[in-house]
Design a protein around this ligand. Sequence first.
Ligand code: TYD
Length: 202
Amino acid sequence: MRGLFISLEGVDGAGKSSHIGWLAEHFRNRGRTVRLTREPGGTAVGERLREIVLHEPMHPETEALIMFAARREHLEQVILPALARGEVVISDRFTDASFAYQCGGRGLPEARLEALERWVHEGLQPDLTLLFDVPDTVARARLAAARDPDRFEREGQAFFERVRAAYLRRAERHPGRIRVIDGTRNHAAVRVEIEAVLASLP
Ligand code: TYD
């Protein structure tokens, strides 16, 4: 069976993490082997890089390079082998997050990241990306309830608005792959919408 690569994206507080468990179940119920993973992270090296990038102050380009270094390892150790075995890989964030946070949020030129993307991906893209979209006010209210914010979660409203706008621009550019999910609705309604998207997969 052909491997399937799905990534989940959205600003912090958009609600993507609350859907990842049943999404995995959805495919397991259909007899598929599912590999759940996340970025930055997903490997021993990647998880150590995650600790650094989420907590240590650094130059925005260093931040971008660490994201792609962790991704290189993630592709090599986890994503490519699982896809080669025909598994379903569901990643909590992937490269769209770098374009949203490091370009939109931090202001790095997209051309820089496009070069890294070409280098690290070698042509691979997710088959499907679910972009959970919520206005800044909703995301902030959800985050306020969260514990121990990281370096990104401590950013101000303007940062999140830029991240969200960058995500939506990317969705406009890749309409076949990236599906925008209205994350303001309740869990059940969001789930129905995602199930409809999954049913439309080739
Ligand atoms: P996430 O796993 O969603 O955080 P949490 O554990 O709090 O749910 O993501 C960690 C942070 O990393 C998030 O704020 C977005 C950021 N990030 C980037 O800035 N660039 C990237 O390429 C990736 C993958 C994540």
